[in-house]
Design a protein around this ligand. Structure first.
Ligand SMILES: C[S@@+](CC[C@H](N)C(=O)[O-])C[C@H]1O[C@@H](n2cnc3c(N)ncnc32)[C@H](O)[C@@H]1O
Length: 233
């Protein structure tokens, strides 16, 4: 697929807002100065090996789709410097926030993409990622909008193609219909095993979990969360 074709269908899986409050001058400056250095250029072929996207040596590659405030991404990146993190987020204000945190912390194991994650997924080579995190994706709670949910047969095919054998897909949500939806879609897909060792597993946050802004909001509103882990067969 050419870059034009990839960008030509920009809204395949993104139905949200791209802009919020106007950025203050200094925020816009951060965005404009840092984004070019960290942005993955999909018009170029993926480098070989893909780990050379990063200026530091990394052993594992992990993708976070829709990083929102970026608190989880930054936390994991600082915690695991030997992993290269790719963060995707089309919402400009969130991208600005993450880049500003990258500037403050000096994290050098992060690269970003600022549009629909399906475009990045289609660019990635087969079997290139160790893990994909989809944390609190837009829930689309109304039945008539369920088809907008990021978890779909097509996107699970994408995950399956880009994950290494045994690679992980982690999904967290506070919306029970979305949790059920994801369990059923992954079961029907057939290319993933749900890893749950005991009944409490799916209610137990991931190891080292720092939480996210969206999760905090769900808690305040009285909703608990499920944390699912699937392994590529
Ligand atoms: C409900 S928010 C959750 C944000 C964050 N993960 C958290 O837990 O606080 C979902 C995020 O996914 C992003 N998003 C929605 N569709 C996307 C897509 N197709 N590709 C990449 N990001 C997407 C939205 O812009 C939004 O920031």
């Amino acid at each position: 697929m050419t870059d034009m074709e990839r960008r030509g269908r920009a809204t395949e899986a993104f139905f949200g807002r791209r802009k919020g409050k106007a950025l203050r001058e200094q925020q816009a400056e951060t965005l404009n100065s840092l984004l070019p250095a960290f942005l993955i250029d999909l018009s170029a072929a993926p480098p070989e090996p893909l780990t050379s996207l990063f200026p530091v040596p990394v052993e594992r590659l992990r993708l976070e789709i829709g990083f929102g405030g970026g608190e989880h991404l930054i936390h994991r990146a600082l915690d695991t410097p030997s992993t290269g993190f790719i963060g995707v987020e089309p919402f400009v204000n969130s991208m600005q926030k993450l880049l500003s945190r990258i500037g403050e912390t000096g994290a050098s194991n992060i690269r970003v993409y600022n549009d629909d994650a399906t475009q990045l997924l289609d660019w990635l080579p087969d079997g290139s990622l160790d893990q994909i995190d989809l944390l609190y994706p837009d829930p689309w709670p109304k039945r008539k909008h369920w088809k907008r949910r990021f978890v779909s047969k097509t996107n699970l095919d994408r995950f399956h193609r880009v994950l290494k054998p045994g690679g992980l897909f982690c999904f967290a949500s506070d919306i029970d219909t979305y949790v059920n939806w994801t369990l059923i879609k992954c079961r029907d897909h057939g290319g993933f095993d749900w890893i749950a060792n005991n009944a409490a597993d799916w209610l137990t946050p991931y190891e080292g979990w720092p939480s996210t802004r969206y999760e905090a909001k769900a808690r305040r509103e009285g909703r608990s969360s499920a944390y699912l882990t699937f392994r590529k067969i």
